[in-house]
Design a protein around this ligand. Sequence first.
Ligand SMILES: Cc1cc2nc3c(=O)[nH]c(=O)nc-3n(C[C@H](O)[C@H](O)[C@H](O)COP(=O)(O)O)c2cc1C
Length: 459
Amino acid sequence: MATRVALRFMRECSLYRKVKSNHISRHCFSNAASATTPPIPKKVPQFAKKGRLFTGVAIGLLIGGGAYASTVDEATFCGWLFSATKLVNPFFAFLDPEVAHRLAVAAAARGWVPVEKRSDPPILELNVWGRRFSNPIGLSAGFDKNAEAVEGLLGLGFGFVEVGSVTPIPQEGNPKPRIFRLRNEGAIINRCGFNSEGIVAVAKRLGVQHGKRKLETSSSSSATEDEAVHGGKAGPGILGVNLGKNKTSEDAAADYVQGVHTLSQYADYLVINISSPNTPGLRQLQGRKQLKDLVKKVQAARDEMQWGEEGPPPLLVKIAPDLSKQDLEDIAAVALALRVDGLIISNTTIQRPDPVSKSPVAEETGGLSGKPLFNLSTNILKDMYILTKGRIPLIGCGGVSSGEDAYKKIRAGATLVQLYTAFAYGGPALIPKLKAELAECLERDGYKSIYEAVGADCR
Ligand SMILES: Cc1cc2nc3c(=O)[nH]c(=O)nc-3n(C[C@H](O)[C@H](O)[C@H](O)COP(=O)(O)O)c2cc1C
């Protein structure tokens, strides 16, 4: 198609030149007839010549590029699109962090992001909670707090996307500015404080998307076959819903129960988030007795609801990286006793490890995420894998920015991996790169699947 356009363009150009030269010669002839001296050709200014040359080269490149692009296969073209997104990163870096974030969510919500057409390396495929993940790399909570862009984000090639944290009643969160970049350290400090449109707005949005996704599922092949393939009852891609509590609420359990009642029907898994450092008192819910009471109530609320054959969504707890050995033992004991389906390790830290401590931004109140969180969260992950004896699927989160990092999380005990900060800096191009690197790491060390590598460093 592009070749045809190019040929046509060239033909039209040569025709134009012919007509022009005819016109000039006719013009010269009439001049010659009317005057005795031959006309002096007009001198073309140097810059105009250069301008024409430049335009010609640009058009040539455009046409040549278009013609070449039309000959490459879909996978190569898809790779180009993902790489091209790197061009907009400097523009985002220039904007205020929260404005940049809003823009990114809006773009993903409108489908102005590339769609991953290439299939994931088979070695990355796995089954957790009876759900099939085409790869173990997920987007963690906080990016799409209000479930505005689930389709666009899943389309980028994440194995799963977690929306939220969603609070029962809409709330503004903390005053702005509340997100701070530490670019050189590959980190962010945030004190968002659960800014959320609330469970009703999110349920409405997920209801529309859920209906659409269901429709797509049933129209392509048979619904049962598709559900087995994609694992998620919400259609292609796995969707997690992360629940938070309102700042003013005095009954945390009631808040999480409300979240379960309103949102669990749309979720492939649910998360009780008791580890955000920006909601006063929240982290105290990680104490042994508090956690036990809370999990029991939330599990009961979920189990009382009517569920189809696939059963209720698994219930996970997201914990902080700032926990003592005793805290970790308590959480592990509760998780094992109450058969919690999974733990996410971890949320952001209130610590300021080197080199962040040297930055003036380090003084901002809030949770630190990104590269400086990697060691802290990976150590806690390892401890928790040992304490839970590998019986509970763990999601490793904190400072992942490469396939090697994701691999380290898996070796430390994670079955699935999540990231946020590295995606905020690296954009869509990071995801295929990270998946390819992870597959390489597994193959390099002779693993045939992710399961074989889970907890390898704890044995
Ligand atoms: C701006 C921002 C907002 C976040 N909001 C939430 C949230 O609402 N709920 C939650 O559980 N985690 C939230 N997180 C934490 C992330 O989900 C993740 O646990 C943490 O950032 C560590 O991962 P990372 O180092 O890959 O960013 C947020 C993180 C950032 C940077």
